[in-house]
Write a new protein. Structure first.
Length: 234
């Protein structure tokens, strides 16, 4: 029997194209590029010292600048990352890319994130496709993982999602967001971070132009981009 806890995890994320203005913003804000794994200097935030800013961005830094489409999972026996990426490319290579609604910085469950200021319908449909169509690549979560998720306190519907899809916040419980911090502190700290994010995000629209495959090579390792399934260019 395989030791689930030691297996790599994979995730289907949206991430801006490498080298784009949005990629540069996200990598700089978090202090690490998920495309290269390189650590980067973070911007100065008025009213917040550098050490505190680095601590506040520690949780999202490990995952890289992204929005979750299908949350981290271990590959089912007999499945390979190459197989997954090939099917991703075949499926999403039929869907036109698009410019998202402008992103705004909001506080979600005590952390700062960017969310579209508009109808997320197309994004939600892509996320649903990632969750359901590619679920055969996911190894069923073990009892310990299920118990850990339940300890956060779930609604009956979220618990159904956890048992069926391995994660509670999918489908009707999904909200597209790009995390900028972990749990926040004071109101003044939150206000300073929110204002800084609004000032630093690029003026150009963010294009949803791919579904990106990330990997966590071992427990606790940083997530890195290992493949990209492009949508059809306009």
């Amino acid at each position: 029997m395989r030791d689930q806890a030691q297996l790599p995890r994979y995730a289907l994320y949206f991430a801006p194209a490498a080298g784009s203005a949005w990629d540069r913003f996200g990598a700089s804000w978090l202090g690490r590029s998920a495309h290269t794994g390189v650590s980067l200097a973070q911007p100065e935030i008025r009213g917040l010292d550098a050490a505190r800013f680095r601590a506040l961005t520690g949780a999202p830094r490990r995952y890289g600048f992204h929005a979750t489409l299908k949350p981290p999972f271990r590959l089912a026996a007999g499945c390979t990352p190459d197989d997954l990426l090939l099917e991703l490319t075949q499926v999403f290579g039929q869907i036109p890319s698009f410019a998202m609604a402008p992103l705004k910085a909001v506080v979600l469950d005590r952390f700062l994130a960017l969310v579209p200021d508009g109808d997320p319908g197309v994004i939600n449909r892509i996320a649903d496709e990632c969750v359901m169509r590619f679920d055969r690549y996911r190894e069923t979560a073990g009892a310990a993982e299920v118990a850990r998720r339940r300890s956060a306190g779930l609604t009956p519907r979220e618990d159904e999602h956890l048992l069926r899809w391995g994660y509670p916040y999918v489908l009707d419980a999904f909200r597209f967001h790009m995390s900028l911090t972990g749990p926040l502190g004071s109101e003044s700290e939150t206000a300073a971070l929110r204002q800084a994010a609004e000032n630093l995000i690029p003026d150009e629209p963010l294009r949803f132009d791919s579904v990106t495959l990330f990997r966590e090579s071992s427990p606790g390792a940083d997530f890195l981009v290992i493949g990209r399934a492009p949508l059809v260019a306009p």
